[in-house]
Design a protein around this ligand. Structure first.
Ligand SMILES: Cc1cc2nc3c(=O)[nH]c(=O)nc-3n(C[C@H](O)[C@H](O)[C@H](O)COP(=O)(O)OP(=O)(O)OC[C@H]3O[C@@H](n4cnc5c(N)ncnc54)[C@H](O)[C@@H]3O)c2cc1C
Length: 464
C-alpha cells in the first residue's frame, strides 16, 4: 500500500496532518523569522517577533543508532522539528553491538590524532551529561614484548599531543591494580578509558530528544528518497509493523545510517565514501578484569579486554565487507582474538566462550580535509604529521568523523547531508557537526547546547 498517511502504531498519536504536505523550505530572506520561532521553541532568549512566526524547519534523520539519536537530541534542543526513522529497533545497528569502551583516545593517538582528540574531549563531556552510565574503571595499556617497549616513547608523546592523560606504572603496581594481567608484563600506562553500556547511552539521547518533541519511529525503513530535480524533498518509508508505505516531507534529510550510509545515499543518486568495516567480538564467562585492558602497540586485532557486568568481552578484528547485512563471525578471528587477548589476561584462554558476534564500523574512505588535520593544533607542539596507520584491511582507515553536505558534491544534491565515521564515544560530537551543517544550510544561527545538559536516564525511553 502506498499512502501519505501513517497508520496507527499501537496507541501512539497519529502523525500531524502536515505530513501530507511538504513543509515550505525556508528561504534565506525569511531566515530571521524562522530563527526567532526556532529560538523560542528552544527556550533561547529571542527578540519579540515582528511577524507571525514561521513553522520550525523539519529535519528527517535516517538511522536510529547513537549518531542519529544524538542528532535528534541536538536538533530538538535547537528548536527544529525532528523526525527520526529507523528500519529496526533503535540501536539495532552497530551501536547496540559494539565493545562498550568509552575511549580515552589513547588507542588512536599514534595513528589518528583527530579521532584521539575527539575521543578525549567527548569522554569528558559524556561523563558529565550521562552520569551513572559508565563504570569509571580506567584503562591500562600493557607492554609485554620488546616491540611494545619500543612503542612506549611514540605512545607517550602522541598521547601528550592529544591531551590524553597517561600515568606510567611499573610491573608490580600494574599487577596490584589489575591482578588478572599477565604476570610477565613489563610495565603499563593508566589512561581514562571506561566501560559503557552500548545501548543505554544512546537511549538517553533518544529519550531526551523525544521529551523535547522529536518523533522517533522504529521499524520504519527508508525505501526511497523523494526529489524535485536534484533537491531532496523527503523520503518514502515502509512501516514494517503495519506493513504500509507512506511519504514524509522534510526541509533537510540527514543520512545517519552508519555502515548502510552508502546504500542510503544511493537512493538519492549520491555517492558517499563510507565502507563497512566489520569486527568480531567474543564474550567469555566470568569477570577476569576490572579495568579496560589494551596492548601497548598500534591498534591491532584481539588487543582489548573489557569487563561488562559479570562477563569479559574481548576483541576485535577488522576487514572490509561488501554488504553490512552479511557479517560473518569468522572462526579464525575468534581463535585469533582469544589467543591475543589471553596474552594480556591469561584467564581468557581457560574461560568458556558464551557468545560471539560481529558488527560493522562505518568508516570514511576519503582524504581528511585540512580543517580536520588542523584540529591537532589544540596542542602547541602538535604540528608534526601523525604516524601512518598500520597496514591491514580496515585498520588503515581513519576513525575520524566526517559530515558531507551533498550540495557541495561534483554533482550537487540540495537538502541532503551525510554524517559518518567516528566512534560510539564521539556520538555527541558527530551530532554537533551534522546539526551545525543543517543549521547553516537553513540560514539559522543556533548554538549547540548538548555539552552541558544532563540527559534523561535510559529507562525514560521505555516510559512514553
Ligand atoms: C566490532 C566493533 C567494536 C566497536 N567497539 C567500539 C567501542 O568499544 N567504543 C566505541 O566508541 N566505538 C566502538 N565501535 C564503533 C561504533 O560501534 C560505531 O562507530 C557506532 O556504533 C556507529 O553508530 P551509528 O549510529 O553511526 O551507526 P549504527 O548504529 O549502525 O546506526 C545506523 C542505523 O541506520 C539504520 N538504517 C540503515 N538503513 C536504513 C534505512 N534504509 N532506513 C532506516 N534506517 C536505516 C540501521 O538499522 C542502523 O540502526 C565498534 C565498532 C565495531 C564494528
Amino acid at each position: 500500500m502506498t499512502t501519505n498517511d501513517r497508520p496507527g502504531d499501537g496507541g501512539r498519536p497519529e502523525p500531524a496532518p502536515t505530513e501530507k504536505v511538504r513543509p515550505p523550505r525556508p528561504k534565506r530572506a525569511r531566515s530571521s523569522a524562522v530563527a526567532r520561532s526556532v529560538a523560542a521553541a528552544a527556550s533561547i532568549a529571542a527578540p519579540e517577533p515582528v511577524a507571525p512566526p514561521a513553522p520550525a524547519p523539519h529535519v528527517l534523520i535516517i538511522g536510529g543508532g547513537g549518531t542519529g539519536g544524538a542528532l535528534a537530541h541536538d536538533l530538538a534542543l535547537r528548536g527544529l522539528r525532528v523526525t527520526l526513522v529507523e528500519r529496526g529497533e533503535v540501536t539495532s545497528g552497530s551501536t547496540g553491538k559494539h565493545h562498550g569502551l568509552l575511549h580515552s583516545g589513547a588507542r588512536y593517538a599514534t595513528t589518528d590524532r583527530a579521532a584521539a582528540i575527539d575521543c578525549i574531549t567527548e569522554n569528558k563531556i559524556l561523563r558529565r551529561i550521562c552520569p551513572g552510565s559508565f563504570e569509571e574503571n580506567d584503562g591500562l595499556f600493557v607492554a609485554l614484548t620488546d616491540e611494545d617497549v619500543e612503542f612506549e616513547k611514540q605512545f607517550v608523546e602522541a598521547c601528550w599531543l592529544c591531551a590524553v592523560p597517561t600515568k606510567r606504572l611499573g610491573r608490580e603496581a600494574a599487577l596490584r591494580m589489575e591482578p588478572g594481567l599477565n604476570p610477565n608484563l613489563r610495565f603499563a600506562y593508566q589512561v581514562p578509558d571506561a566501560t559503557m553500556d552500548a545501548m543505554r547511552v544512546p537511549l538517553r539521547f533518544m529519550a531526551t530528544a523525544r521529551r523535547n518533541g522529536a518523533d522517533i519511529r522504529p521499524f520504519t525503513e527508508v525505501v526511497a528518497v523523494t526529489m524535485t530535480g536534484r533537491t531532496v524533498s523527503g523520503v518514502r518509508v515502509r512501516d514494517h509493523a503495519a506493513g504500509r508505505d507512506y511519504e514524509i516531507g522534510a526541509d533537510i534529510v540527514v543520512n545517519a545510517a552508519g555502515p548502510w550510509a552508502a546504500r542510503v545515499a544511493s537512493l538519492a543518486g549520491v555517492n558517499v565514501p563510507v565502507v563497512a568495516s566489520p569486527g568480531v567480538l567474543v564474550a567469555v564467562r566470568g569477570r577476569h578484569v576490572n579495568m579496560v585492558v589494551n596492548r601497548l602497540h598500534a591498534p591491532g586485532d584481539g588487543d582489548i579486554v573489557l569487563p561488562q557486568r559479570l562477563r569479559t568481552v574481548v576483541g576485535t578484528s577488522s576487514w572490509i565487507a561488501d554488504d553490512p547485512d552479511e557479517l560473518a563471525v569468522r572462526a579464525a578471528d575468534v581463535e585469533l582474538i582469544v589467543r591475543e587477548s589471553a596474552a594480556l589476561v591469561p584467564a581468557v584462554a581457560r574461560a568458556e566462550v558464551t557468545a560471539t558476534w560481529s558488527a560493522a564500523r562505518p568508516l570514511v574512505q576519503a582524504p581528511v580535509p585540512a580543517a580536520r588535520k588542523r584540529v591537532a593544533t589544540r596542542r602547541e607542539a602538535a604540528t608534526a604529521p601523525a604516524a601512518p596507520a598500520p597496514a591491514g584491511a580496515g585498520r588503515g582507515l581513519a576513525r575520524d568523523l566526517r559530515c558531507f553536505d551533498h550540495a557541495t558534491d561534483a554533482t550537487p544534491t540540495e537538502g541532503f547531508v551525510t554524517i559518518a565515521g567516528g566512534k560510539a564515544t564521539t556520538l555527541r560530537a558527530m551530532a554537533e557537526a551534522a546539526a551545525d551543517v543543517v543549521c547553516s544550510k537553513l540560514g539559522l544561527a543556533l548554538p549547540c547546547r548538548t555539552t552541558d545538559i544532563v540527559l534523561l536516564p535510559h529507562s525514560a525511553w521505555y516510559s512514553a
